[in-house]
Design a protein around this ligand. Structure first.
Ligand SMILES: Cc1cc2nc3c(=O)[nH]c(=O)nc-3n(C[C@H](O)[C@H](O)[C@H](O)COP(=O)(O)O)c2cc1C
Length: 204
């Protein structure tokens, strides 16, 4: 009797171990696939993705590695249309474009990454890794995304600083890293450009 129970137990454990490995392998393949197939999307529908999906993407951002785990970056998640439009205008203003030009390509959501320059000397790298996580997580969740630059300049303007202060963020410490725009892709999904020669040098 004991032997039979033990045998059943062992076979269950083996099966679970096997399932875990299969799941790990599947998850690994999915991660690789997401990393290789994510592209910068520059055309969006107006539809705002569900809040829980946006929250999950933000969560992925907060799990990026940071120098000495100082967690210097923050994410300002903008789903408010009026603020999103103001950020778009400020962004266009940085490179002298007229107000009709939308540097966010119609994306309804903007996740702005900023970093506390006093928290760690790696603040810029930390913020860039958060951006990377956001872009890849958005793709993994079926959304289009793109890094839109000039967050630094936007949050150096008086209007940009006021947005930070309204959120209780110290505008003297935080510098903009990038804007991760998000939404549902309109039209065809872009294809990857060929990778350059000699991207990787081996020392074996
Ligand atoms: C630091 C950085 C800044 C970028 N700024 C912009 C931008 O302001 N506007 C834009 O349309 N794309 C921007 N991009 C997206 C790049 O153009 C895009 O990643 C590149 O063309 C490669 O395409 P892929 O992301 O589809 O692989 C930026 C990307 C990075 C990493």
């Amino acid at each position: 009797m004991t032997l039979v129970i033990a045998a059943v137990f062992v076979s269950c454990c083996d099966k679970n171990a096997c399932d875990d490995k299969t799941n790990d392998a599947t998850a690994m393949n999915t991660t690789m696939n997401d990393l290789l197939t994510r592209r910068s999307v520059r055309s969006y529908t107006d539809e705002v993705p569900p809040m829980e999906v946006i929250e999950e993407i933000c969560k992925a951002g907060t799990y990026a590695p940071t120098g000495m785990n100082r967690q210097a970056p923050i994410i300002v998640a903008v789903t408010n249309r009026e603020v999103r439009d103001r950020l778009s205008k400020l962004n266009a203003g940085v490179f002298g474009k007229d107000n009709d030009m939308d540097p966010f390509y119609g994306a309804p959501v903007v996740l702005v990454v900023l970093a506390d320059t006093t928290a760690a000397f790696t603040w810029k790298e930390d913020g860039s890794l958060v951006m990377g996580n956001l872009l890849n997580a958005a793709h993994a969740k079926g959304l289009g995304s793109c890094w839109i630059h000039r967050a630094k300049e936007v949050f150096e303007t008086e209007e940009g600083k006021a947005i930070l202060r309204d959120l209780g963020i110290d505008d003297t410490k935080y510098v903009g890293i990038g804007n991760c725009i998000l939404g549902y892709t309109a039209g065809d999904y872009p294809e990857a450009k060929p990778r350059k020669e000699n991207y990787v040098y081996w020392i074996k």
